[in-house]
Design a protein around this ligand. Sequence first.
Ligand code: UDP
Length: 332
Amino acid sequence: MNILITGGAGYIGSHTARALLEQGHKVCVFDNLSRGHKEAVQRTVGLEQLTIASLHDTDRLTQVLLSEGIELVIHLAAFALVGESQTRPEMYFRNNVLGSQSLLSAMNQANVHKLIVSSTTAVYGTPRQMPITESFERAPVNQYGRTKLEMELSLEHAVSQSDLAVVALRYFNAAGAHPNGDLGEDHHPETHLIPITLQVALGQREQLEIFGDDYATPDGTCVRDYVHVCDLASAHICAMDVLSSGKVQYFNIGTGAGTSVSEVLDACRKVSGHPIPSVAGIRRSGDPDILYADNSKAVSELKWSPKYTSIEQIVETAWKWHSESPSGYRSG
Ligand code: UDP
């Protein structure tokens, strides 16, 4: 199939691009490189398949869809940091909501009817019960989650007006790196737990600050569902088989297991062989105690299952990437 990935130069996009290529698909990347890396595209589809342009440029999008004979779009281009979304809400609205609208217009003009999009656990807000199923109320508590909910609602409207087929994957915490060690997480600034913890092991930071150790969890630190980025990538491939005209189908993509910040830290210490000093700090605003997925819908309907089921396995791949490329893509 001919597939366009928006945001294909990013962390999840580059792993997805590689997984699709390995399945024999033709993959084009559309990315403005504001957060993604040219080098990641070079290492996957090659620079000749990269269009550097804004999602707001509907004409350019339409032209790429037509000229490349695109049959399916995987829409991953979005801003995804909760803290930043709170301080720059307009930027998030413009990119995540209006950018998605622009893509829908372009797809409509180019007669492309298949779409897989990234959504997030943040649309659920702070559910009172665990694990989270897809039928839980959507009640985001931050601007990032609100923009993704807004996108989901626009997709529901779009499918009611056309024969568009949509799968929205609600990712839990993307983690790890490609086992080859040549693709991984490279954010500036880095805010995510595993890369930050491993940067301490590499001597790039002094210590890990644990954002709160007084949560209502067994060890007092927040519990999340860390899902390997290659497992996220494979979920997109599974999703291709269930696309159905006139529907938006939602799937939680998580392992179904919760891991605390302290457990992540222990895994990082074990894998890196470094003591990794840590200090308990104050809570980060908007962090719920516990979030983990009920992934049974993805398992039964998408025929998807995560291959990386332990936090240590996930951290091993992240450690390979960070230790071999301590400056991220700039190391290469
Ligand atoms: N966290 C932490 N110290 C850090 C970064 C993150 O204690 O330097 C915690 C954070 O409060 C959350 C968990 O690690 O409970 C995962 O955070 P991350 O930013 O990786 O992902 P998020 O859950 O925000 O998408």
